[in-house]
Design a binder for this molecule. Structure first.
Ligand code: FMN
Length: 375
């Protein structure tokens, strides 16, 4: 196999890395037989859950970790470096990473490598049997130095998370900014989707999907059902309350220090990837529960994220409850989610094909133009 074919294979496997709502906020370039470039481009301008770009930065970090793991399967060691930017949010929106590959015959394939393609989110309720002490220790051992997991176990924590998630669900479903995102990212009548989330993977029962689809066709319908017919009750029950009650544990992924910079979130994404793949390796189901953490960060940073008058009050309550649940360590959290045992989901997001993510299929604006100062 040529050097280029090997790198293509690595990137083809790495593109299965997760991203918020399957937005895949990155492009890839193969420069030579030992050099590739990852071009991040975050979704802060269009996605209310990414107003500081942190969700996209976590996703880019996960992708970089997937590259390193896939490369190990080819006997290639990876050196990563972010190109210096001249500062400012414009540059933060388009971080550029050089990935250099070097052959290392002594390098063992990362044990997480077989799970790059099969790792997936599961939004259904899981079994409630707790993870064993050994399982938890093994999962924590896979994390980079300084990261740790705060487990939120037992019925009390699960009730508290159900309460937190349904508040967050109410906020998500009743702000126009949330509607604008959901309308774009759901692929209706689908079991798989290359660039969005198929409706069957949302966690809603198939019986209410047609009604949801109709309601979501127009914001006026959403607003009417929310006001007069308790329109968020069933989705909150199915998407937030039941999954939060039925799982082995919720968890906070804690960084060594409160994450602040782009690099902190990229590093957090690399840690997340190892934790999620570790769960996949053990057959443990996994779902991120990021919106309480995201809304809490908006409260902490004083970010006005919605025009809806009720939004700040609901977000403040969510922030209060999350910090009560997570305690002192909450400000070090980069990720919130739940794990448990259950059947592999029958519906999932796929990925854009490699030629679309690389220059060959690219007809969108190239983020590297910004980084290199080209017009
Ligand atoms: C930063 C980040 C945030 C996410 N937030 C959520 C979330 O709040 N709820 C959820 O169900 N899934 C969440 N996901 C999972 C993505 O929707 C999922 O990874 C993506 O649709 C691709 O699907 P796959 O993981 O099954 O390949 C998140 C993923 C990432 C990387």
């Amino acid at each position: 196999m040529t050097g280029r074919a090997r790198i293509e294979r690595v990137l083809d496997r790495a593109r299965w890395a997760p991203s918020g709502d399957n937005t895949q906020p990155r492009r890839l370039q193969i420069i030579s037989d030992d050099h590739a470039v990852v071009l991040g481009s975050d979704t802060r301008r269009t996605v209310v859950y990414d107003l500081r770009g942190h969700a996209s930065q976590i996703a880019v970090g996960a992708l970089l970790e997937h590259v390193a793991i896939a490369a190990s399967g080819e006997g290639l060691r990876v050196t990563l470096s972010r190109r210096p930017s001249s500062g400012g949010s414009e540059n933060e929106e388009h971080p550029v990473f050089d990935v250099r590959f070097s052959a290392d015959p002594g390098l063992a394939p990362d044990p997480l490598s077989p799970f790059l393609e099969t790792r997936t989110v599961n939004r259904r309720p899981f079994g409630t049997v707790p993870l064993t002490f050994c399982e938890k220790k093994e999962l924590e051992a896979r994390l980079p130095e300084g990261y740790r997991i705060q487990w939120l176990e037992g019925w009390k924590s699960r009730f508290a998370m159900a309460d937190l998630n349904q508040r967050s669900g109410k906020l998500r479903l009743t702000i126009p900014e949330g509607y604008a995102v959901h309308r774009e990212i759901i692929e209706w009548n689908a079991r798989t989707s290359e660039d969005r989330v198929p409706d069957r993977a949302l966690g809603l029962s198939p019986f209410i999907l047609p009604l949801m689809r109709w309601i979501m066709g127009r914001w006026e319908r959403v607003a009417f059902f929310n006001c007069f017919l308790g329109g968020t009750l069933i989705p909150r029950l199915q998407l937030d309350i039941l999954p939060a009650l039925f799982c082995s544990s919720h968890f906070l992924l804690l960084a060594p220090a409160p994450p602040r910079t782009l690099d902190d979130y990229v590093a957090g994404g690399r840690a997340l990837a190892r934790f999620w793949l570790g769960c996949a390796a053990r057959g443990i189901q996994f779902q991120p529960e990021m919106t309480p953490l995201i809304f809490s960060s908006y409260v902490r940073e004083g970010i006005r994220f919605s025009t809806a008058p009720h939004a700040p009050r609901l977000a403040e309550e969510i922030a209060r409850r999350l910090s009560r649940l997570g305690g002192e360590a909450t400000d070090r959290a980069v990720f919130l989610g739940r794990v448990g045992r259950g059947a592999f989901p029958s519906s999932r997001s796929l990925r854009k094909p490699l030629p679309v993510l690389t220059d060959e299929g690219q007809n969108e604006r190239n983020p590297s133009d910004d980084a290199s100062g080209k017009a």
